[in-house]
Write a protein that binds this ligand. Sequence first.
Ligand SMILES: C[S@@+](CC[C@H](N)C(=O)[O-])C[C@H]1O[C@@H](n2cnc3c(N)ncnc32)[C@H](O)[C@@H]1O
Length: 453
Amino acid sequence: MDVSADYLKILASPVDGKPLKVEDGVLKSAGGGTQYPEIQGIPWIYSDPIAALNEWKSRTQQTLLQMQSQFYAAAHALEQNPPNLFPTTRRRLEILCNAYKHNIQATQRILSDFSISSESDLVPEYKTLSEKLPGSQRIDSYSTNLFRDWAWEGNENQKHFEQIKKVLPNNMAGKNIVVLGAGSCRLALDIHLHTNPKWTLAVDINPYLLLAAKKILEGEEIHLYDFPLAPFQIGDVCPYHECKSNTKKPENFHYLFADGMNPPFQAKSIDCVITPWFIDIVPQTLGPLTRKINNILKEDGVWINFGPLGFNSPDPTRNLCIQEIEEIMQDSGFTLEVDQIDEVPYLQTPHSGQKRTEKVYSFQAKRTKSVKSPPRFTYLPEWILNPSLPIPKSTKVEEHRFRNQVYFEVLKSINGEYSINDLELMIQQHYKMTEEQAKVALYSFFIQFYEAR
Ligand SMILES: C[S@@+](CC[C@H](N)C(=O)[O-])C[C@H]1O[C@@H](n2cnc3c(N)ncnc32)[C@H](O)[C@@H]1O
């Protein structure tokens, strides 16, 4: 970590918002109680940095285990060598085995700081609750972005940049930019090179993407296989990619590991916050996130958004359309300056039979009023974080209770002899169900059971 870097002066504790200090080359909270580690020179600023580190170690392990089980499935199919294995199927399994093996090693190398020497090094889940993230944020959730950003030919990056460029402020000289959810950093870098600000900070929670981007922008080549959806030809099954950049990292382009839902910056310290493909994938409601962005922006600061509106929350109030976003902006101290809707290609690998196009909403909103910053966001609810609180009752609990009792009974009864018809009679009598209810419960259970095999 370059302790003289300008951006360090505006960092703040995600717990109390107080400025951090650098002591003996180490970033610490104002009182010195919390030390923030650095990973390959990138500061790691979380409310509980050790819990966050353990959480990502566990996610790294899960991804590696999944890759290993994919490798074993292909290797096992080859070993079995069934007589009906066609030559091309054999070839496909061989190249898949080779690709999985290679990717496991390459991933371990990128994530060397998150490796564990044995299963017992993994910290149990209950010790990382305060930094828990949705299951959708896996190490490899956005691994294709790495190829799009740094390997594929084609102009997808260019097209994204052309759209966001239309809503970027004109003069960023002497100003700073924070990109929340920068991923593998291509768009953040393109914006930086175009606007030429004082400095840009690319923020993400996912160590795989940020560390890979760092290596690539230091001039390294990262070689990985991709596994595109719906490949057509044998050569499309797992194409080999060389992720590299012709541009080296500019000195004033920096990285930060932090949670963009609790951005660790001092109040009124940032000129421009950018949220590319971010607002709809985080579990925080947009209102509080917008007020947090308001809080860290300078008085005349701007918020730039770019991305789809793919909100997909079980809470219907959170699945917003443009008009609702405009109302939230206004309520959170922003004035909409300019906005637009465009269609852009999305992760269109030449090796897939599928091509996705996304409608994206871009805007520039100016901070015109101060609003109160909401409390720290946690993904898990209070009654899980604080074990002394009562667990709330709900109809969901009742549903789960009934379903699980039935399933427990079904599982207990499987002895290698009973058929579905036998079990149907049993649970009908035991739970006073109609024949139809018993059939619904049993078939739904067994199909799920089969699919999870
Ligand atoms: C859809 S990807 C977009 C990546 C990049 N902005 C782009 O345009 O290619 C979403 C990114 O947000 C990151 N992310 C998700 N939750 C985050 C959080 N709470 N704080 C910071 N980054 C987060 C993910 O790791 C991922 O890199």
